[in-house]
Structures are given as structure tokens and as C-alpha cells.
Design a protein around this ligand. Sequence first.
Ligand code: CP
Length: 317
Amino acid sequence: MNKFPSVFESIDDLTIEQIRSLMTVSAQNKLRFQDRQFAPYESYRKYVIATSFLEHSTRTKHSFGLAIQKLGCMYVDFNAEKSSLQKGENIEETLLTLWHQGVDICVLRTSVSNQFKEFKSKPPIKLINGGDGINEHPTQALLDLFTLIDSGYELEGKTITIVGDSLHSRVTHSLIKLLPQYGAKIILCGPSSYLFREDSSLELSTDLEEALSRTDILYMLRIQKERHNSPEYAEIYESYHQNFGITLERLKNLNKKIPVLPPGPANIGVEIAADVLKSELFLGYQQVVNSVYARMAIVMAMLENGDKNIGHKPVSL
Ligand code: CP
């Protein structure tokens, strides 16, 4: 098998064998740590792992924090707002400083799309993308895939409809690379101006009812208010629930049971009605449960890649 990347930026960085292996190890972790068991691996005690979130997060940051500690590694919660980044130190120097302090991996979230690309040829530290701007959110896509497999859903030949602002959605950009590798077909559904059009293999729809009739799995994106400020956005938001929101009634009107996944967080009452959250079809809380096991698997794979070409190497004069 290829070496696991030392900078995990994108689903494109993984082979299908590595993805399958992550699914297997996630399931093993779930078995070992189920029912709130705490049984750290002795071999991981020597490692130090940091999270550095330069954008807000609840799910990603805390599930990595828990995954790191459940594995038995030392956890460093790097507080970007109180760090020397605020004095103008750049991100590369910050990461090199963490590496010199003995940190093995940093999980980084940044508002800058594609920031990880600059570190791939010469990693200042091993890096995991915890979401970069509107580029990718690969660990979210992997935990979504694990949740579907773990919940008993087949993907081969199935249609997954991703509803919402796919243009600005980093998890969509990861899902459209990941799910077709398991034989799934993808429909992107939403207001026309929200649809990501750069991949011609994807079907686009502005009609939720019609798309639902062909859907086996539903993925509901959050409307990212923080990324919109045009007057058109206010108009779309006003009628969004009626046109693109999922309600229990809409689900009941289908002659099939389809699971509903959000990446979280959700604007409840906008993309997803409150009653859907209580339904057996809602997998959002299972995604949160599984996020810890999937992220443990990702950390394990990166720690074990044996890469020595990390950090600062002085240049001889
Ligand atoms: N899904 C996700 O990235 O959620 P957070 O922003 O809470 O981490």
C-alpha cells in the first residue's frame, strides 16, 4: 500500500486501498471504544498532537481532541487567538515552532482555501486538513462514508443528493471525490446560483421534489451565512425552507425511507425542520459518534507512515 500522506489535504491524496483501510480501522476503533470505554493504545503514548483552529468549530475540533486522547497521545489545544499569529507570525513559522516543541501532527482549520498545497513538498509538520476555506473537508467526508457503511447502507448504484450551497461547501468538494469511488451517483440540488458546476459528471437540479424521487441518501448542507452578503442571498434565504428545506412531511410523502445526513452544524428550521432531528432517518448524531473513531483512524494512519522528511532541515553553507 502507498505511504499515507504527511500532509492530508484532499480526498485526492488517498488511494482507494487507504480509504478502505480507514473504514476498517474506524470500525475496529468503534468496537474497542464503544459504550464510552477508554482503552488507549500503549504504543501511541509517545506522540504529541495539536489542533489549531483558525475558524470556529465544535464537531471537528473536539472530535479530534477526543480521538487524540482516546488513542493515548498527548493533546495540545493550540489557541490561535492568543498566539503569536496575532503578532504577525506566519502560519509556516507557527507550524515549525510546534514541530520544534515536539508536536508530531497538527490538525489545522483555516479560512484560506488551498493553504495546505504550499506545505506538501516540504511539510513543516505532519498536517491534517480540518477544513480549508471552501476547498475541502476530507475528514468530514470520510466520517460520513463510515457512518453510511456502519449504518448498513450500500452505496454501489445508489443516488446521493447533496442539497444546498455546494459552491461554497468544502465538504461537498470532498464528498464528490469520495462517494463515486464506492459506486454512488451524485445529484447537487439547490438554488441555481448555489450549484457547483465545475465537474460535468455531476447532475444538477433546482427541483427538490423531483430530485427526492430519485434519491437514496440525502445530504443537507448548511446555508453559510458568513460566506454570503449579496441582496440575492437574502431573497434565497427567505424562501429556502419552503423550496429546499427537508421536513418530516416531505420525507413521509416519499414511498421509501431515505437517511438524512448533515455535516453539522445546521440552521434548524431552514435546511432541516426540527422534527427531522428526532426521526430514525436522521443520522446526524451517528455522524458525531463516528467522527471520533474515523478521526482516530486518520491520526493512526498518519503517525504510522514513517515519513522522516518533516520539519526544519538546516541548509549547509
Ligand atoms: N462539520 C463541521 O465541520 O462542524 P464544525 O464546524 O462544528 O467543526
